[in-house]
Design a protein around this ligand. Structure first.
Ligand code: FAD
Length: 368
C-alpha cells in the first residue's frame, strides 16, 4: 500500500496536517494508535481561532470561560479578570475525534493502527502498522513527545526539556471560570479548566526533581483551600509529559521527513500550552509540502519558534520566580488597570512585550 505522505499520529498536529494535505489533493495516509485518552487541559486561547480556520469550524463541544482568577501563596487570591474574549475549553477526546473527522472528510486515509516499524528504503519509507506494509515518499512524525519518528530520526528529549503534569478530572465546581494557582514552586503552576463535561485540574513543573504524587498533594491542598465547601472527587487522577525545550528543539526535519507538534517540542515553555503550536506547525509543514519545498520547513519553523517563544523565555526568567508571581498577583489584587492589561494579554494578541509595558505603566500610575 502506498501514499505520497504518511503521517504518524492523529492528535492536533497529525490530523491538521492530514486534513490540509489531503485538502490540497496530496495522497495522504494517517496512522492513529488508540492509546486511551490524551491527558490535557483542553484550553485554547482566542488567538488560536484567529489563525486557524480549521479550529473555527470544528464541531466539537466546548465550554467558554470568560473569567480567570490567579492565586499565589504570598499574595492570596486576586479578583477574577474579565476576559475580552473567552478561552475555549474542549473535551480532548471529542476534539481529537472531530479533527480526525476533518482529515477523513478532506480525503486522507485513516488507518486505526499504531506504527510499529519505520525503515528508509532508497528514496521512500517502509512503514509497518497493524501487520501491513506501507510505502510513502514523505514521513511526518506527529506522534507526540515520545513517538517513534523522533526516536528514530532526531534526539529524544532530555529530562530538562520535559515538564510533568499531574492532576485529576473533576466535576467543574464553577463553570465559566478558570483558576490558576502558583503553588508548585519555581516554573510551576496549577490550573482548573472547566470543560463541557468535566474540569481538568492539574499542576505542571519541570520533570527534573518532580514527583507526580507530591505535585498532586499541592494541587489538592490549593483546590480545597480555594473552593471551601466543595467536595472534590479525587478518583480520576492522571499524569503525563509535555515537551518544552524552548528554542532547543533539536532536529525537526531532514531528507524526506519532518516532525510537528509535541514531537518537535513546540509547547509554550511557560504555560505549556501546545495545541495551537501543534496545529500551526502542521499548517506550516503542509504549506511546505504542497509547494514542493519540504526542506524549507525546519528553518521556517525555527523562525516561527523565535517569534512564539523568544519573549516567553525571557518572561519566564523574569516572571516565573516565587517573588515574580507574588508581585503579579498583588498587582492584580490592587490595580484594575493591571487586571485589564492581563485580560488583554491572555485574550491576545498583544504579546508579552506589550503586556510588560502596560503592566509597567499601570504600576507607575499607581506610584509603585
Ligand atoms: C496534562 C496536560 C495538560 C495540557 N493542557 C493543555 C491545554 O490546556 N492547552 C493546550 O493548548 N495544550 C495543553 N497541553 C499540551 C497539549 O496537550 C499538546 O501540546 C498537544 O496535544 C500536542 O499535540 P500533538 O498532536 O503534537 O501530539 P499528541 O496530542 O500527543 O498526539 C499524538 C498522537 O499520536 C499517537 N501516536 C503515538 N505513537 C504512535 C504510533 N506509533 N502510531 C500511531 N499513532 C501514534 C498518539 O496516540 C496520539 O494520538 C497539555 C498537556 C498535558 C500533558
Amino acid at each position: 500500500m502506498t501514499a505520497s505522505v504518511a503521517v504518524v499520529g492523529a492528535g492536533p498536529a497529525g490530523s491538521t496536517l492530514a486534513a490540509l494535505l489531503a485538502g490540497a489533493g496530496i495522497d495522504t495516509v494517517i496512522f492513529h494508535a488508540a492509546r486511551g485518552p490524551k491527558h490535557c487541559g483542553g484550553g485554547i486561547p482566542p488567538r488560536a481561532f484567529d489563525r486557524m480556520p480549521l479550529l473555527r469550524r470544528l464541531a466539537a463541544p466546548r465550554a467558554d470561560a470568560c473569567r480567570i482568577s490567579f492565586f499565589a501563596p504570598g499574595a492570596g487570591a486576586a479578583p477574577s479578570i474579565e476576559l475580552p474574549r473567552p478561552i475555549s475549553v474542549f473535551d480532548r477526546a471529542a476534539f481529537d475525534r472531530a479533527l480526525r473527522g476533518e482529515a477523513e472528510a478532506a480525503g486522507a486515509r485513516l488507518v486505526a493502527e499504531g506504527v510499529r516499524r519505520i525503515e528508509r528504503r532508497g528514496s521512500s519509507w517502509a512503514i509497518e502498522a497493524g501487520g501491513k506494509a506501507w510505502r510513502a515518499g514523505f514521513l511526518a512524525g506527529a506522534d507526540g513527545a515520545t513517538g517513534i519518528v523522533r526516536r528514530l530520526l532526531s534526539t529524544p528529549f532530555s529530562a530538562e526539556a520535559l515538564s510533568l503534569c499531574a492532576g485529576y478530572y473533576l466535576a467543574p465546581p464553577e463553570p465559566g471560570r478558570i483558576s490558576i494557582g502558583f503553588v508548585g514552586g519555581a516554573a510551576s503552576y496549577a490550573w482548573l479548566f472547566p470543560g463541557p463535561s468535566a474540569a481538568s485540574a492539574g499542576i505542571v513543573a519541570p520533570l527534573a526533581g518532580s514527583r507526580g504524587e507530591r505535585l498532586r498533594r499541592r494541587l489538592r491542598a490549593w483546590l480545597e483551600a480555594s473552593h471551601p465547601g466543595v467536595r472534590f472527587d479525587w478518583s480520576r487522577p492522571y499524569a503525563a509529559l509535555v515537551p518544552t525545550p524552548g528554542l532547543r528543539a533539536g532536529r525537526v526535519g531532514g531528507g524526506g521527513w519532518a516532525l510537528a507538534g509535541d514531537a518537535a517540542g513546540l509547547a509554550d515553555p511557560a504555560t505549556r500550552e501546545g495545541i495551537y503550536y501543534s496545529m500551526r506547525s502542521a499548517a506550516l509543514l503542509a504549506r511546505c509540502i504542497v509547494r514542493s519545498r519540504p526542506a524549507a520547513y525546519p528553518a521556517l519553523l525555527r523562525l516561527l519558534l523565535l517569534g512564539w517563544h523568544g519573549q516567553t523565555l525571557l518572561a519566564r526568567r523574569l516572571f516565573f520566580t516565587e517573588t515574580g508571581v507574588e508581585r503579579f498577583v498583588c498587582a492584580l489584587r490592587s490595580r484594575p488597570a493591571a487586571r485589564r492589561a492581563a485580560g488583554r494579554f491572555i485574550a491576545g494578541p498583544p504579546g508579552c512585550g506589550r503586556f510588560a509595558l502596560d503592566f509597567l505603566i499601570s504600576s507607575l500610575r499607581a506610584g509603585e
